[in-house]
Design a protein around this ligand. Structure first.
Ligand SMILES: NC(=O)c1ccc[n+]([C@@H]2O[C@H](COP(=O)([O-])OP(=O)(O)OC[C@H]3O[C@@H](n4cnc5c(N)ncnc54)[C@H](OP(=O)(O)O)[C@@H]3O)[C@@H](O)[C@H]2O)c1
Length: 292
C-alpha cells in the first residue's frame, strides 16, 4: 500500500481519492476551498492544511485541478516540499503547458508525470477508464501498479507534452463525431423528425463509416491518396455540396460542415479529383509546416 496525496477535490479529484481509499492506500487530500474533504475524511482520508503539507505527506502526489493556472498556483505554494517527490499532474492542458510545468518541477527537484484522463469521474477505477501518461519514465515505472488502479495506464514517452497531445487529439476525434451528429440531426429536425428516432438510423451508419478510417490512415502514412479509391474526391465534393445546398434550403445552419467543403474544394483545385478524400489531410498538415 502506498502513501498518496490528492490535490484538488473537484468532481475528478474526489473520484481519484475515493478509488485510492477503496484500494486501501493511505490518502492525504487538500483542496483550495475548505469543506470538500468531509466525505473522504469519513472514509479515512487525512486532510492537509496546505498544498505543501499534502505534498510532504506522501512520496507521490496526484494533482487534478481546473487548469494550468490553478496547477501553477499549487506548484508555487508547494515548492518548498516538492524536492525528491513525484508529482502526477492530471489537469487538462496543452502540450506546451505540460512541458513548461515539467521543467519547473524538475527545477524544484521533483519527478514529473503529466497525464490525460480519458474518463468521467464515475468511470474511474472501472474497466473503460484510460489515463495517458508522459514524462519521467522512472516515476511511471515505480508507480505504474498504483496508477493502474485508476484505469488502464498508457505511458507514451519521456516528453511530458505527449499525454496532452494524445488526449487533445482523441477529444478532437470525439468533437468531429459530435459535429456530424449535430448537423445530421438538425437536418432531419427541419422536417420535425425527432433526434431519438433518427438516431436509430444514424448510429449504425456512423459505426459502419468508422470502418473507412483505417484505410485513410494507411493513405496518410504512405502519402499516397490515390490507392484503393472507391469514393473519389470529385464525387464526394459534389455530394458534400448537395448536402450543404439542401441544408440551406431546409433553413438549417451550415457552419459545422462549411470548413470541410472548403478543404475539399481546395484539394480538388490541385487536380486531385481521382484521389481519396484523405488528401485533405495534406492541407490540414500543411498549415503546421507553413507555420500558418
Ligand atoms: N470531470 C470530468 O469529466 C473530467 C474528465 C477528464 C478530465 N477532467 C479534467 O480534470 C480536471 C479537474 O476537473 P473537475 O471535473 O474535477 O473540475 P471541477 O469539479 O470544476 O473542480 C476544479 C478543481 O480545481 C480547483 N481549483 C480551481 N482553481 C484553483 C486554484 N487557483 N488553485 C487551486 N485549486 C484550484 C478547484 O478548487 P475549489 O474547490 O477551491 O474551487 C477544484 O478542486 C480538469 O482539468 C478537467 O479538464 C475532468
Amino acid at each position: 500500500m502506498a502513501n498518496i496525496s490528492i490535490i484538488g477535490l473537484g468532481a475528478m479529484g474526489q473520484a481519484l481519492a475515493a478509488r485510492f481509499l477503496q484500494q486501501g492506500h493511505t490518502i492525504t487530500v487538500w483542496n483550495r476551498t475548505p469543506g470538500k474533504a468531509v466525505a473522504l475524511a469519513a472514509k479515512g482520508a487525512h486532510e492537509a492544511a496546505s498544498a505543501a503539507d499534502a505534498v510532504a505527506a506522501s512520496d507521490i502526489t496526484v494533482m487534478c485541478v481546473l487548469d494550468y493556472a490553478a496547477a501553477d498556483a499549487v506548484i508555487v505554494s508547494a515548492a518548498s516540499t516538492l524536492s525528491g517527490r513525484v508529482l502526477v499532474n492530471l489537469t487538462n492542458g496543452t502540450p506546451a503547458q505540460a512541458r513548461v510545468t515539467a521543467e519547473r518541477t524538475a527545477g524544484l527537484g521533483a519527478a514529473y508525470l503529466d497525464g490525460g484522463i480519458m474518463a468521467t469521474p464515475p468511470m474511474i477505477g472501472g474497466e473503460y477508464a484510460l489515463i495517458l501518461y508522459s514524462g519521467s519514465k522512472p516515476a511511471f515505472d515505480a508507480h505504474a501498479g498504483t496508477l493502474q488502479e485508476l484505469g488502464a495506464a498508457n505511458y507514451l514517452g519521456g516528453d511530458a507534452g505527449l499525454a496532452s497531445l494524445h488526449d487533445l487529439a482523441l477529444l478532437s476525434g470525439m468533437y468531429g463525431l459530435f459535429a456530424g451528429f449535430f448537423h445530421a440531426t438538425a437536418l432531419v429536425d427541419s422536417e420535425g423528425i425527432r433526434a431519438g428516432a433518427f438516431f436509430k438510423l444514424l448510429g449504425p451508419w456512423m459505426s459502419a463509416m468508422m470502418g473507412e478510417l483505417p484505410g485513410y490512415a494507411e493513405k496518410i502514412d504512405s502519402g499516397n491518396h490515390g490507392i484503393n479509391v472507391v469514393s473519389n474526391l470529385g464525387m464526394q465534393t459534389a455530394s458534400l455540396d448537395n448536402i450543404l445546398t439542401a441544408t440551406k434550403e431546409q433553413g438549417v445552419a451550415t457552419d459545422l460542415l462549411d470548413p470541410l467543403l472548403e478543404l475539399f474544394r481546395q484539394r480538388l483545385a490541385t487536380g486531385s479529383a481521382d484521389e481519396d478524400i484523405s488528401g485533405i489531410f495534406e492541407l490540414v498538415r500543411r498549415k503546421r509546416i507553413a507555420g500558418g
